[in-house]
Design a protein around this ligand. Structure first.
Ligand SMILES: C[S@@+](CC[C@H](N)C(=O)[O-])C[C@H]1O[C@@H](n2cnc3c(N)ncnc32)[C@H](O)[C@@H]1O
Length: 325
């Protein structure tokens, strides 16, 4: 157990020490030519292969890494899922965390939930680009039909509730929550796909924490996700999440190598979710990208509706959808 803990700490350190591929210092406003360039650069990161994959674009985190990075509650939540439950991993990369869940090793490390789990939950791994490995195909072929699915070719916001259904558990480890240009629409979608009483576990790197620490405490940090009020004053990400209705939000701030990380746990408690709308002010491609948003004023709360986002996003990258196992 101690060895596992040490592995976990190393993973967190590796996570925050990874080289960020950021190339922006001036403003890239939506609609401007430089904004278009940043979007193209980001698309190139998603589609990168072999040696062209940027060092900071990590696609193969294990389930153990997820358990170390996310809220400590995540491990218990996953272990207590039964065969009728579903888990969605948004921004799954190679889907390694999902594959690790179906191994005998997982069961030997989680004996407590084994009886309740029976045959385990079904899981959906989602990624913009198809990063499936031979291990994915082999595992899928050995499991019962539709036990695991890999969805690619679209962003989360482009799926409807009719297509995906709902999930008991949703995770996002440096996936869409860190990469999306449409953060409030992204959250509407996540919460629409989450069952009442379900949990969403995620995190943000290089973000001002919700623990009273001032910006001056991080002189060397390039903040990756920032929100401003309509009057330009600062709104931290966690209080914005807490202003969403029908959810209980817990944020845990950590600092690794002087870099602030916010670990987020969201419990959906009722169906009438409204997410205060955000507009994108600035975007710089990276791993993850740099994003600055502004709250709309007066912030019109928009109902969570996976089938119809509050305002239609600009066209996403073309590509086919894969729902193959
Ligand atoms: C850095 S990788 C993380 C992979 C995996 N979670 C891991 O830790 O190994 C980012 C992943 O997020 C996906 N992604 C980014 N934005 C997304 C969005 N809006 N919807 C779905 N997937 C998204 C990318 O396609 C990619 O699979």
């Amino acid at each position: 157990m101690i060895a596992l803990k040490h592995t976990g700490i190393r993973i967190v350190v590796l996570l925050v020490l990874q080289t960020l591929w950021l190339e922006t210092s001036h403003s890239q406003l939506p609609g401007s030519p430089t904004f278009g360039e940043e979007v193209s650069k980001q698309e190139a990161i998603y589609q990168s292969q072999g040696e062209k994959v940027p060092e900071g674009y990590v696609l193969d985190r294990s389930l153990l890494a997820y358990a170390s990075i996310l809220s400590s509650e995540f491990d218990r939540s996953l272990a207590s899922l039964g065969p009728a439950d579903r888990w969605l991993d948004i921004g799954a990369g190679e889907g390694r965390a999902v594959l690790d869940y179906y191994t005998p090793r997982y069961d030997s490390m989680h004996p407590e939930g084994r009886e309740r789990r029976g045959q385990k939950a079904r899981a959906v791994a989602m990624s913009i680009e198809d990063r499936r490995t031979p291990r994915w195909h082999k595992t899928a072929a050995n499991l019962e039909a539709n036990k695991i699915q890999y969805l690619s070719g679209r962003r989360l916001r482009e799926y409807s509730l009719e297509e995906l259904g709902q999930f008991r558990l949703i995770t996002d480890v440096v996936g869409g929550f860190s990469y999306s240009r449409y953060l409030s629409i992204f959250m509407e979608k996540v919460l629409g796909f989450l069952e009442v009483n379900g949990r969403f576990y995620t995190l943000l790197l290089d973000v001002l924490p919700d623990n009273g620490t001032s910006r001056a405490a991080y002189p060397d940090t390039l903040f990756l996700t920032e929100i401003a009020n309509a009057d330009g004053s600062e709104v931290r990400v966690c209080p914005w999440l807490k202003s969403i209705t029908c959810v209980e939000v817990t944020c845990e701030s950590r600092t690794e190598a002087n870099r602030p990380i916010e670990i987020v746990r969201i419990h959906k408690v009722c169906d009438s979710v409204t997410v205060p709308a955000l507009e994108l002010l600035h975007y710089g491609a990276g791993t993850p990208p740099q994003r600055r948003f502004q709250l709309r004023d007066p912030s019109p709360a928009s109902p969570a509706s996976p089938a119809s986002p509050a305002s239609p996003p600009s066209p996403a990258s073309p590509g086919q959808t894969s729902t193959t196992r």
